[in-house]
Design a protein around this ligand. Structure first.
Ligand code: ADP
Ligand code: TYD
Length: 211
């Protein structure tokens, strides 16, 4: 029996994380692997309430510091109520975003707040994913995809292209620094092609974790 894995998807807005997280969860389930699909911010009732505070309203609504606290509060609830119980019950967890998003969005776009992000993470979260897919692609194409969707939760997309360029570099640097758990996936390809590359990595990691 394979030990359940905690798998996350990261990347800029519109890069295909939600699509790929759903396809991976479907694929794992089709292989008979119990899998919980979740997302951040959100993933538990309390964290979903915090999500609404974070993603709607004017782009200048919160300072970077306040955002760090709100995202960390949401993540703590998500971890307590959803992620840890699922892993303990033997389910794989696939999350659309996790702590790497805070490291990049809050830690590296409005001054260097990374030390603050890291110390809050150490104090309140203290858990890393076993495997992280960083979906990399050109921000102009990703932004066009994301805004075409018009979800009403576009506070970060509304910050524009240079912001997304900064994020892209932030995610690539993070993937490089955490090469043990991060896999960079080229996102500007056919959905099914991306999905089969992702599934191959996940299944091989699961095979490696089998007792
Ligand atoms: P994210 O969660 O990273 O914001 P989504 O998975 O929601 O990205 O995808 C953003 C939009 O782009 C959606 O409308 C989705 O259907 C579309 N999309 C996702 N993957 C691809 C792809 N490989 N090629 C073209 N469009 C895609
Ligand atoms: P999401 O719904 O995944 O947006 P998208 O589908 O456009 O990628 O995430 C909502 C937004 O919240 C997204 O713009 C990234 C941002 N975010 C942070 O700034 N910090 C965080 O810690 C997380 C989890 C998300």
């Amino acid at each position: 029996m394979a030990a359940p894995l905690f798998i996350t998807f990261e990347g800029i807005d519109g890069s295909g994380k939600s699509t790929q997280a759903r396809l991976l969860a479907d694929r794992l389930r089709a292989q008979g692997i119990a899998t919980l699909l979740t997302r951040e911010p959100g993933g538990s009732p309390g964290a979903e309430e915090i999500r609404a505070l974070l993603l709607t309203g004017a782009s200048g609504r919160w300072s970077a510091e306040t955002e760090i606290l709100l995202f960390t509060a949401a993540r703590r609830d998500h971890l307590e109520k959803t992620i840890r119980p699922a892993l303990a019950a033997g389910q794989c967890v696939v999350s659309d975003r996790f702590a790497d998003s805070t490291r990049v969005y809050q830690g590296a776009t409005r001054g260097n707040l990374r030390a603050m992000v890291d110390s809050l993470h150490a104090m309140m979260i203290g858990r890393e994913p076993d495997l992280t897919f960083v979906i990399d692609m050109d921000p102009a194409t990703a932004l066009a995809r994301g805004l075409a969707r018009r979800s009403g939760e576009d506070r970060f997309e509304d910050m524009g292209l240079p912001f997304q360029e900064t994020l892209r570099h932030g995610f690539l640097a993070l993937a490089h620094a955490h090469a043990d758990r991060c896999v960079v996936i080229a996102g500007n390809r056919d959905t099914a092609e991306v999905a089969s590359e992702v599934a191959a990595h996940a299944l091989s990691r699961l095979a490696g974790s089998a007792a």
